[in-house]
Design a binder for this molecule. Structure first.
Ligand SMILES: [Zn+2]
Length: 270
């Protein structure tokens, strides 16, 4: 699936997804277009549409927030004309994508290799807009967002969980870091949060705080149960945590146990 949606005079949403049987997207992966620049590039299951879009537009630069396939899977459609920028630790993976598990091949698609990826600069401009590259660790160790302080826009990638009650984790995630990053975002002056899956959230303070409150509360409960000697499965049972229908199909890439293990055993510092 592929949709273009103009948000304001500067920002256009480039939405990609795989359709379910009822025609609804499983989940949108949203890239944001400003003039000749993209923040992320969508998922590879929409590659033919992205290629048609790329042929009609003058995208010269792509800034990739992190090396998950729903964020860089569309990059190959824009090369060689566009320069791709990513954090140094993500460059090799984006150049030579690993074979992704079957379920994620279905949901997002297998990205194609690209010849060149450049190192992310600390800041850049798009016309009169001035962006700072902001580290947003937690969802991924090296994920970044893009902040425009004059407009008070933060392109936050996957830093703010989509569900208000997040109880599943991924192996890359450090939930303590995620909470710290959310608290950092909550203190920033932000009028619009450009989330990679939910889309733009205007005046996002309550949206962010609800997620901080939930995660800190569940962390407290989990750590208390751990101190009482409960194992991870026992903690999951005591808190009656249940995952979504697709959890088994992710073959260990998402898990409630991963989430709980991070809360109990991960350190805050990197
Ligand atoms: Zn991600």
């Amino acid at each position: 699936m592929f949709e273009i949606e103009s948000f304001n005079e500067d920002v256009t949403l480039v939405k990609t997804a795989t359709a379910m049987e009822d025609g609804q997207p499983i989940m949108w992966a949203i890239a944001y277009l400003i003039k000749d620049t993209l923040f992320d590039a969508g998922c590879a299951n929409a590659l033919e549409d992205i290629e048609r879009f790329a042929a009609k537009t003058e995208v010269n630069k792509i800034y990739v927030s992190h090396a998950h396939e729903d964020h860089y899977g569309g990059c190959s459609a824009f090369v060689p004309r566009a320069t791709i920028y990513a954090m140094e630790s993500d460059i090799e993976l984006i150049k030579n994508p690993p074979t992704i598990p079957e379920f994620f091949d279905f949901v997002w698609g297998q990205p194609k290799p690209v010849a060149d990826v450049e190192k992310m600069p600390p800041h850049f401009t798009i016309g009169e807009l001035e962006f700072e590259v902001i580290p947003l660790p937690g969802h991924g160790h090296h994920m970044v967002g893009f902040y425009e302080p004059n407009r008070k826009w933060l392109f936050s990638a996957d830093a703010v969980p989509v569900p208000s009650r997040k109880v599943i984790g991924m192996p890359d995630e450090n939930i303590h870091q995620m909470i710290e990053t959310l608290e950092k975002i909550a203190e920033m002056d932000i009028e619009i949060l450009f989330d990679s899956h939910r889309g733009p959230v205007i005046s996002p303070r309550e949206h962010i705080q609800a997620r901080i409150d939930f995660l800190k509360d569940i962390r407290m409960q989990v750590l208390k149960l751990h101190e009482e000697g409960k194992t991870i499965p026992e903690i999951q049972e005591a808190l009656k945590l249940e995952g979504p229908w697709y959890l088994e199909m992710t073959q260990g890439r998402f898990g409630i146990d991963i989430f709980l293990n991070s809360l109990v055993f991960d350190k805050t510092e990197k």
